[in-house]
Design a protein around this ligand. Structure first.
Ligand SMILES: NC(=O)c1ccc[n+]([C@@H]2O[C@H](COP(=O)([O-])OP(=O)(O)OC[C@H]3O[C@@H](n4cnc5c(N)ncnc54)[C@H](OP(=O)(O)O)[C@@H]3O)[C@@H](O)[C@H]2O)c1
Length: 331
């Protein structure tokens, strides 16, 4: 089969002939229709990710059709249109992931290929209202956003939410979830165009984090402080979240794109703030996320579609950070 193979840290992926995967008992073979990029894929090619193994087929996000069943798999799965939960080894509950938790697309071969072999418990029916391309944008970003918002921050309808860097795949999905829930959503972005696009989706307003005094401007346009703040940038700007949070506010972060941050302990304790780190989610949360998407008819935003054979160009494009929504590859 053809796949985008990653061989050398510091170099891009290349489209080439590789062995078609063989399935074991309890696994299914999924013919990939569409797959989506995450920042994780970029970090890995740049050698900026722990535990890099090569050669490897990257790609945590995929949707497609089940074309072969391993021993002991329910025959009803054959020919089903599915999306794949890329979080492997964390089935239900528990506050944290088990030690053997891993993400599809390294160490196991992922979805930037014609086929992927995966345990049947990782596949879920594709929401009927979504195309393969739209569905492929959901798994990793959706699961991360769902856990951050619902399991960690426990957001409620009507609360005022700030989502930073809304151009990010997870951030935009979190923005859509919070709007669909009926929260009052404000955003930051390094791009005015992306702020306008978020407003078109239902966000109340936003500011550019590149402007001096952005946090003061945000407070002014929002007319108050935030009950929940969702961030993946960290870095110098993070300290302002303590000023922007309401008394008793919850701040959740799942990334550190801009590096380490310092927080003022006095602001933290006086305002009785809670801070939560969050990573991906379990299979039970994946099921709940799909139910939320189905119930609200939510449609993930797709920035652009690329043929799998041009995947290396899609990696370059993501690295420029101009996208709004998921960058999707198709076979
Ligand atoms: N823990 C987990 O489970 C998990 C899961 C997924 C992702 N992550 C991490 O989360 C981060 C984002 O991932 P992604 O896949 O969503 O990436 P992405 O789609 O490439 O988005 C990155 C976004 O970061 C935003 N950003 C950059 N500088 C910023 C700043 N100073 N302040 C606020 N926002 C800033 C940008 O938003 P604008 O374009 O709007 O300026 C950019 O779009 C990465 O660090 C990734 O490793 C963690």
């Amino acid at each position: 089969m053809k796949a985008l193979l990653f061989e050398t840290p510091g170099e891009n992926v290349s489209y080439q002939e590789v062995n078609k995967p063989e399935i074991s008992a309890g696994q299914v073979l999924v013919k990939i229709q569409a797959a989506a990029l995450n920042h994780r894929d970029i970090y890995i090619t740049q050698g900026m990710y722990p535990g890099i193994v090569t050669p490897i087929i990257l790609g945590s996000d995929g949707s497609g059709d089940i074309v072969e069943l391993g021993k002991d798999v329910d025959p009803n799965w054959l020919n089903q249109a599915v999306i794949i939960n890329p979080g492997i080894g964390w089935d239900t509950g528990g506050l944290v992931q088990p030690k053997n938790y891993r993400i599809l697309g390294m160490p196991e071969n992922g979805c930037f290929a014609e086929y992927v072999a995966i345990d049947v418990k990782q596949v879920h029916p594709k929401p009927a209202h979504l195309s393969y391309q739209q569905a492929a944008g959901m798994p990793l970003a959706g699961l991360t956003a769902y856990r951050a918002l619902f399991s960690r921050a426990n957001i409620k309808k009507g609360e005022r939410i700030l989502i930073s860097g809304v151009g990010g795949g997870v951030a935009l999905t979190a923005c859509q979830f919070a709007i669909a829930l009926g929260a009052e959503v404000f955003v930051t972005s390094g791009s005015e165009t992306k702020i306008e696009k978020a407003k078109a989706l239902g966000a109340k307003g936003g500011v550019n984090y590149k402007e001096d005094g952005w946090h003061k401007n945000l407070k002014a346009i929002a007319g108050g402080d935030f009950d929940v703040i969702i961030d993946s940038a960290g870095g110098d700007g993070f300290k302002y979240f303590l000023d922007l949070a309401n008394m008793g506010g919850r701040i959740v972060f799942y990334g550190g794109t801009r590096g380490n941050f310092k927080v003022n302990p006095q602001k933290m304790f006086w305002k009785q703030l809670s801070m939560y780190g969050s990573t991906m989610g379990n299979n039970e949360e994946f099921t709940k996320m799909l139910a939320f998407i189905n119930n609200t008819n939510m449609i993930p935003v797709v920035d652009s579609l690329w043929e799998m054979k041009n995947g290396a160009d899609a990696f370059e494009y993501m690295n420029q950070g101009k996208q709004f929504g998921k960058i999707v590859l198709y076979n």
